[in-house]
Ligand binder design. Structure first.
Ligand SMILES: Cc1cc2nc3c(=O)[nH]c(=O)nc-3n(C[C@H](O)[C@H](O)[C@H](O)COP(=O)(O)O)c2cc1C
Length: 493
């Protein structure tokens, strides 16, 4: 991204458990590293300037703007946790969206949404006591009117930004479905015009960002999964015809950033900021138009199909030198599996080499990169030889499936729209519930079937009663109302 366009970016930390954050030094050190010496005590914003040993998180030159996100159910704990991070971020965010079982058992995230009084207190405590703004991430509720009331309460407590995930709490797992942007539009129309709203959900590709802003009237979009599969999702595609090695375009004009290019950039960022040593010299990325002598040859880089282990001595030295507890190194393998999903589905040797790459073993990851560069070259050459092969649909039965399901129930059109050759970053489009059931790729467990039936009955019975919602009754039946701390204290959601 150009320096100008990257000014539009804002990053959130993963959700941190407030109580764990204040109680466990190790947890703080492993998950938030604004200084090399760690965070022994809350560091109030100093008038004497920033601490001398600034490190990664919230670094003014490389990691701003940054919102630090917590989950909490005690205003005092939340404030104490926020005090540690406030000198290193631009806002503290409260997660009210996590729908996972662990959040239910721990009583945080979306499971606070019945307790508006507590939510108000959590947000207001930060609003009144922190030097940085407080923001919140919420899910939509059962109706647009109720969602508006909920957002109004959050804003009245002092939230400066409200991020709205356009799905309800029970839309997770196989029930995820589509986010409802119309509720966001309704919020935009009914909240004061100066309210800052970020929209979340359904952002699969770069083009969806503009579409979402247009349809919802939101001020920004948040992307999670789309950004994992395509880390270049916020980057505008280069102009057609530009000599751009990192971006591949097919003869139909459709394209995307190349996985080998993004993989390289990822490695180089890690070298610069985490490993703090120069990255290896790299040849230019392969282009079929390159003169032959300049080409990266599959054989010249020494990567054979089954030769995926670097020399044992080098591997040992590397893993000794590095700190495999660094969150940046621990995240490498899962990040790369997301980035390379379409590629490793085809090249199992790359999948296995990545699967064997341990945190901190940079030589092993470099080796995977070389393998990726080699197969991307193969793929691009194969495309040059026979582009039609890559333009044919490989979605069997799609017409049949689409005919039986309406747009909200079928992902066929979206898959077709998003599909690129496997050397290009692209979203993973999950089949929607009915589709997966129809295809037989998903079968409902007896428990799920029972729940679905129960929900239908309960929804009917409780609509007019004004009593507990179907979801609340089911939650109680589950017997999961005991508070639980997550083992790792950091849960996606
Ligand atoms: C791997 C993963 C981790 C996530 N972690 C968080 C989190 O820490 N905090 C949060 O508010 N949401 C988290 N989410 C949820 C996303 O922020 C987002 O609400 C949801 O995935 C829908 O948006 P998307 O379609 O852009 O993925 C996570 C989602 C994924 C897939």
């Amino acid at each position: 991204m150009s320096p100008e366009s990257s000014k539009d970016l804002l990053a959130y930390t993963p959700m941190l458990h407030a109580r764990m954050f204040i109680e466990t030094v190790k947890f703080r050190d492993h998950h938030f590293q604004p200084t090399r010496s760690g965070l022994a005590t809350p560091a109030k914003r100093s008038t004497n300037g920033p601490p001398p040993d600034l490190y990664l998180d919230g670094h003014p030159k490389i990691d701003r703007p940054l919102f630090v996100q917590f989950c909490a159910n005690s205003p005092d704990e939340l404030l104490e946790a926020a005090r540690y991070v406030e000198p290193f971020c631009d806002a503290v965010d409260l997660n009210l969206g996590c729908p996972q079982g662990i959040a239910k058992r721990g009583n945080y995230g979306a499971f606070l949404q019945e307790d508006w009084d507590l939510i108000y207190k959590l947000i207001n405590k930060l609003h009144l006591n922190l030097d940085v703004p407080v923001t919140a991430k919420m899910r939509i509720l059962e109706s647009k009117e109720k969602t508006l009331e909920y957002a109004q309460m959050i804003l009245s407590a002092g939230a400066s930004v409200v991020t709205v995930h356009g799905r309800q709490r029970d839309q997770k797992g196989h029930k995820t479905g589509m986010a409802d942007w119309s509720v966001l539009r309704y919020l935009r129309a009914n909240l004061p015009p100066d309210t800052v709203i970020f929209a979340n959900g359904n952002i699969l590709r770069h083009g969806d960002i503009h579409q979402c802003l247009k349809e919802t009237g939101a001020d920004g979009v948040m992307s999670a999964e789309g950004n994992l599969y395509d880390p270049a999702i916020f980057a505008k595609p280069p102009d057609a015809g530009s000599d751009e090695r990192e971006y591949w375009r097919g003869r139909d004009g459709r394209g995307g950033y190349r996985v080998d290019a993004v993989f390289r950039r990822y490695m180089d960022i890690l070298y610069e900021y985490v490993l703090e040593r120069p990255s290896p010299a790299r040849k230019p990325l392969f282009l079929p138009s390159d003169p032959l002598a300049q080409e990266i040859s599959v054989t010249s880089n020494g990567v054979a199909e089954d030769d995926c282990e670097p020399p044992a001595k080098k591997r040992k030295r590397d893993s000794k030198q590095l700190k495999p507890t660094s969150p940046n190194l621990l995240a490498m393998q899962p990040h790369l599996f997301h980035l390379l999903r379409p590629l490793v589905t085809k090249y199992h040797n790359v999948r296995d080499a990545l699967g064997r790459s341990r945190p901190g073993d940079i030589a092993a990851f470099e080796n995977v990169l070389q393998m990726v560069e080699a197969v991307v070259k193969e793929g691009i050459l194969d495309y040059e030889a026979d582009p039609a092969k890559y333009e044919e649909s490989d979605l069997p039965d799609e017409k049949e499936q689409a005919a039986n399901l309406d747009k909200e129930e079928s992902s066929v059109a979206t898959i077709k729209e998003c599909k690129r050759p496997w050397w290009v970053c692209q979203p993973y489009v999950r089949p929607l519930l009915k589709e997966a059931l129809a295809k037989g790729s998903l079968t409902m467990s007896k428990k799920d079937k029972r729940k679905l039936e129960e929900e239908k009955v309960l929804a009917k019975a409780t609509t007019e009663q004004g009593g507990k919602s179907a979801r609340e009754q089911l939650d109680e039946e589950d017997g999961m109302n005991q508070e639980e701390m997550p083992k790792e204290a950091m849960v996606a959601g």
